[in-house]
Write a protein that binds this ligand. Structure first.
Ligand SMILES: [Fe+2]
Length: 191
């Protein structure tokens, strides 16, 4: 079974930057419950899971993706706080980190081993894409609507929808990891 300790092992560098202790614990709980409900029993299993089924990930796994998106979104936020004399909106760093760690947590239910060494979309995934299942998971754990907005609206579901500023940063950081792979796989990334 994947425990709080395992989640601390993989995301500790980010978890320790969440100032609100309760939010930190709730983030770990959503991950632990998601691993249990998705049938992910060990970190080893989890570390083999590709971050998307939509394109060849070239070995980039789900954990690496989650970290890259969280770090990327934090970088985008810092770029503005460090460069602007006056920030036109308030950025909540706790919310941003939690949103980064949870934006794709629904994939724990959406993706499943196919029994042939690969991965496929699960029945849950066919019914609910990860932004929807992840939103339900976060709301059930007690997260506020603003965190739910990040998860619900970080992908195509959020196009044109009202968003908190943290959703904007997570969305951009997410697509900065996804688009280059799609371009590479389509022969459109100049290398
Ligand atoms: Fe993502």
């Amino acid at each position: 079974m994947i425990t709080d300790r395992d989640i601390e092992k993989i995301f500790g560098e980010f978890l320790k930057q969440i100032k609100d202790r309760k939010m930190r614990q709730m983030t770990m709980k959503v991950w632990v419950d998601g691993c249990r409900d998705g049938g992910w029993k060990t970190l080893k299993e989890l570390e083999k899971m590709p971050f998307t089924l939509l394109t060849d990930c070239h070995g980039v796994n789900f954990i690496e993706h989650t970290k890259a998106v969280t770090a990327g979104a934090m970088g985008l936020a810092r770029a503005q706080t460090d460069s602007y004399r006056k920030l036109p909106y308030r950025i909540d760093m706790d919310r941003l980190i939690v949103g980064g760690l949870l934006h794709d947590v629904g994939k724990l239910l959406e993706t499943t081993p196919d029994g042939k060494g690969g991965y496929k979309k699960s029945k849950t995934g066919a019914c609910l894409r990860h932004p929807i299942s992840g939103t339900v998971m976060a709301k059930m754990a007690g997260f506020p609507d603003e965190v739910a907005n990040i998860i619900a609206c970080h992908a195509k579901e959020g196009e044109g929808a009202p968003q908190v500023i943290e959703t904007v940063f997570i969305h951009q950081a997410d697509f900065a990891t996804f688009n280059p792979l799609v371009m590479k796989n389509g022969g459109k990334l100049i290398e």
